[in-house]
Design a protein around this ligand. Structure first.
Ligand SMILES: [Zn+2]
Length: 335
């Protein structure tokens, strides 16, 4: 089985965005009283939104199941307040649940969290419990920067995150470290904010004893780990200077990278640098880069092709990347 650990519902029917637009418009009206309201989408509309997109690509590329979450750039944790975020998040997660119910062999849910800058994580703990216990989700996307590019939150290793980590460990679910859209004009959302956040999270983990406090806590750093594999020597050197454990020990049971790297040399580097036990197949389709690479004639995000072409990857290693590691990191995956 080929498990894609990184897919978003980027093609959700328009009614979802209409809801969000109305919600945001309401924030500008001081007399508006926020209400959760409803998002009217039929099962057929859900089917239509997937059949010619994610499902078509799964079939064409030969992947089996996608670990599926709401569109990350639309999480928009910086918009409105905790109530805004809770209403929006519940609707987004409920829609993912409907996708998974309609296509139980193709999609397994991972939830968005109702994060809000400077708010405690109680809402997120509640929503994680709801999504895992009631909707059958197997993980979450945790935003290290709910401010959307201004980095006002404490590092992921700060004790203020600990109540949330306790719940993750109790439920035995991992988190993908995933920012949302950037509202800082310096950072392009998918081109720099995403990659910065991946790199930043890794460095935060490297400098802390978080995994001594939570030996079972697991994070996936997406987009191939940002700049980390390319600068592995720098991080090894920094770890050594700071008397930290060797990187392979540091990440072994706690930090994993996906394969959302959109060219062969990048995948080659990832496979050469990062231990095979810490790599999970992911494509992030339909997502950040949608076009075809004129140099190869293939879609940039057809990451399965790169793995199939990778030299020196044994059949056993390939099985780990395509399936075994995902099962280890997401033990609630029962397909
Ligand atoms: Zn993503």
């Amino acid at each position: 089985m080929i498990i894609d650990c990184h897919g978003h519902y980027t093609t959700a029917p328009k009614a979802l965005q209409d809801y969000r637009d109305a919600q945001i418009a309401g924030l500008k009206d001081p007399s508006h009283i926020p209400a959760k309201g409803s998002v009217k989408i039929s099962d057929d509309q859900i089917r239509e939104s997937l059949e010619n997109a994610q499902l078509k690509l799964q079939r064409e590329r030969g992947t089996d199941v996608t670990i599926f979450s709401p569109r990350a750039s639309a999480m928009g944790h910086h918009i409105g307040d905790a109530t805004t975020s809770r209403h929006w998040t519940e609707h987004c997660n409920d829609l993912i649940h409907r996708v998974c119910a309609l296509y139980p062999k193709n999609f397994v849910g991972v939830c968005q969290l109702p994060q809000t800058p400077r708010e405690p994580l109680a809402n997120c703990i509640e929503e994680l419990e709801r999504c895992v216990n009631e909707l059958g989700f197997i993980g979450c996307n945790l935003n290290p920067d709910p401010s959307g590019g201004h980095w006002t939150a404490p590092p992921l290793t700060d004790k203020s995150w600990y109540p949330f980590y306790e719940k993750m460990v109790e439920l035995d679910v991992p988190a993908m470290v995933h920012v949302s859209a950037s509202c800082n004009a310096n950072f392009h959302t998918t081109g720099s904010h995403y990659i910065n956040a991946d790199t930043t999270a890794f460095m935060q983990f490297l400098t802390s004893d978080l995994f001594k406090d939570f030996p079972a806590l697991r994070f996936i750093i997406p987009h191939g780990g940002g700049a980390v594999p390319y600068h592995w020597g720098r991080y090894r050197g920094l770890a050594q200077d700071m008397k930290r454990p060797p990187l392979t020990d540091l990440i072994r049971r706690n930090i994993f990278f996906d394969t959302c790297v959109y060219h062969m040399p990048g995948i080659d580097l990832l496979l050469k640098i990062v231990p095979v036990d810490n790599i999970l197949f992911g494509s992030e389709m339909v997502g950040a880069v949608r076009g075809i690479d004129p140099e190869t004639g293939d879609y940039f995000d057809d990451t399965k092709k790169y793995l199939d072409q990778a030299r020196g990857l044994s059949a056993d290693d390939k099985r780990k990347i395509f399936e075994g590691n995902a099962r280890k990191v997401y033990p609630r995956l029962k397909l």
